[in-house]
Design a protein around this ligand. Structure first.
Ligand SMILES: *[C@@H]1O[C@H](CO)[C@@H](O)[C@H](O)[C@H]1NC(C)=O
Ligand SMILES: *[C@@H]1O[C@H](CO)[C@@H](O)[C@H](O)[C@H]1NC(C)=O
Ligand SMILES: *[C@@H]1O[C@H](CO)[C@@H](O)[C@H](O)[C@H]1NC(C)=O
Ligand SMILES: *[C@@H]1O[C@H](CO)[C@@H](O)[C@H](O)[C@H]1NC(C)=O
Ligand SMILES: *[C@@H]1O[C@H](CO)[C@@H](O)[C@H](O)[C@H]1NC(C)=O
Ligand SMILES: *[C@@H]1O[C@H](CO)[C@@H](O)[C@H](O)[C@H]1NC(C)=O
Ligand SMILES: *[C@@H]1O[C@H](CO)[C@@H](O)[C@H](O)[C@H]1NC(C)=O
Length: 414
């Protein structure tokens, strides 16, 4: 019975009507366990539930939580194959986590008043074709994995801490109004032709996006950490407004259709630059203003031309290998090699530039390959494609440590 979990003060209030919940109910032990719809109805008096609400697998069919406006802790429903609908006409805030995990027969979520959730975690939640969440304007952390959701338009806030979207095979479009991402954005293995647009995003800590067919970040000005795009299907990519990554890498690996890569305003990469195995990309000419690369530059592909007209400083190695002839580009770039290789030293690490290497695309790691990058280890094999299905947690954007470390080590060796 629910009552035994409630503090004595609540017991005294007894039978107020559901329409006018006024009490603050302090859940003893921090969590109240709901085993039935009747248990949930027992919360009808509680305007604020101080604590968490855990709904067990014994709750089947239609579940309504009417009365509470605020749950200060979590609302959790896990490993429940029997629940079909979740609804509340009153719930506005979940101060902790809204967790739905393995609710495989869930058909609808109706929370028309919900405006605020600290952390939203939905994993294997069935097929809630009917998604009645329309007022959500604050959520800090989002993980949506292995769902059959058709869209996640309900997650449309202006600022977010982190977001993981992976293995949601029916999500084909996402265009949120997010302006800043203060942590990590990970998007992987969703619907086949997924299209992702962040029309208002100004800055983001880390971005990692895979398996999308269209993408745009028209207003993004700064990536504070790193930006990583692997195994996508888009045929061109541009960061039209990006001026810098502050501390991390930019990397593009295995985007097989990508013919065009343009960063018209980029002046600084705070980590390294890795472009590898994007076999349709013939020219690297989309970095007209790039001056500083704090880590290494590693380029592997079917290039015929590579140029960085404004490059002033690369602290790590410069390592270019192409399946095609890049002799002319190599001649021009060699002028910036370190002095011990006869250049002007704008590139501080080892300079390597190689044409007609049939194997050029085989090496897609963040290592510089010159030996100097291998110290500082850690994170080198993040580009293991087995990560793709491992859900949100396994995906790291830390390849940068490598490229940045390469720069530091190269300096020490001079
Ligand atoms: C997201 O919100 C903005 C306004 O804040 C709106 O213009 C846009 O249409 C919304 N997107 C979706 C997918 O609902
Ligand atoms: C690009 O950035 C500038 C500021 O550097 C800003 O004024 C402009 O509106 C941005 N463009 C877009 C499309 O957001
Ligand atoms: C990221 O960079 C933006 C733009 O310079 C800045 O406003 C923001 O505070 C930075 N965020 C973090 C977490 O450092
Ligand atoms: C690359 O992008 C530029 C500018 O957006 C465009 O003019 C050009 O046609 C594109 N080239 C290819 C091969 O897509
Ligand atoms: C890239 O180069 C490899 C090795 O020469 C070649 O097998 C492959 O067909 C090329 N791909 C494209 C798209 O040109
Ligand atoms: C290069 O990309 C192709 C797909 O375009 C993929 O099949 C291949 O495994 C990748 N090679 C490496 C070494 O990552
Ligand atoms: C990699 O980094 C993690 C945390 O940053 C650390 O715990 C681990 O020991 C490191 N591994 C190696 C091989 O340096």
């Amino acid at each position: 019975m629910l009552v035994k979990y409630l503090a004595p003060a609540v017991l005294a209030i007894g039978a107020a009507s559901a329409q006018s919940a006024t009490s603050t109910c302090t859940v003893s032990g921090g969590t109240t366990t709901v085993n039935s719809q009747a248990d949930a109805t027992g919360l009808a008096n509680c305007k604020t539930v101080k604590g968490s609400v855990v709904v067990t697998k014994d709750v089947a069919g239609d579940f309504q939580l009417t009365g509470p406006q605020i749950i200060t802790g979590d609302l959790k429903i896990e490993n429940n194959p029997n629940i079909n609908n979740i609804g509340s006409e009153t719930l506005e805030q979940i101060g902790g986590e809204f967790k739905l995990v393995k609710t495989t027969q869930l058909n609808s979520i109706n929370l028309p008043k919900l405006t605020s959730v600290s952390k939203l975690t939905w994993q294997s939640i069935g097929n809630p074709a009917d998604m009645g969440i329309t007022q959500l304007n604050k959520v800090d952390e989002v993980t949506i994995s292995d769902s059959h959701l058709r869209n996640i338009d309900a997650i449309n806030v202006t600022s977010i801490k982190s977001m993981n979207l992976d293995n949601n095979q029916f999500i084909t479009k996402y265009e949120p109004a997010i302006k800043q991402i203060t942590g990590d954005l990970n998007i992987h293995a969703n619907g086949l032709d997924m299209e992702v647009n962040f029309p208002n995003l100004i800055w983001a800590m880390n971005l990692a996006v895979s398996d999308v067919s269209k993408i745009s970040f028209p207003s993004l000005e700064v990536v504070n950490g790193s930006a990583r795009f692997d195994d996508n299907k888009f045929d061109s990519f541009s960061f039209p407004n990006l001026t810098q990554t502050k501390t991390g890498d930019i990397s593009f690996v295995g985007n097989e259709n990508m013919q065009n890569l343009t960063f018209p305003k980029l002046t600084q990469i705070g980590g390294g630059l890795l472009i590898a195995n994007n076999t349709a990309l013939e020219e690297i000419s989309g970095f007209p203003l790039l001056e500083t690369v704090v880590g290494a530059i590693k380029l592997r592909g079917n290039f015929t031309e590579v140029k960085f007209p404004k490059l002033q400083s690369v602290r790590g190695a410069f390592d270019l290998s192409s399946t095609n002839d890049v002799t002319d580009s190599c001649k021009a770039l060699e002028k910036m090699a370190p002095s011990k290789q006869g250049g002007n030293g704008k590139i501080e690490g080892t300079f390597d530039c190689e044409s007609n290497n049939k194997e050029a695309n085989q090496d897609t790691s963040g290592k510089t390959g010159s030996g100097e990058g291998t110290k500082g280890g850690n994170g080198s094999d993040n580009k293991d494609s087995s990560n793709k299905d491992s859900g949100a947690a396994g995906l790291s954007v830390n390849i940068g440590l490598f490229l940045a470390a390469a720069g530091v080590v190269a300096q020490l060796l001079l």
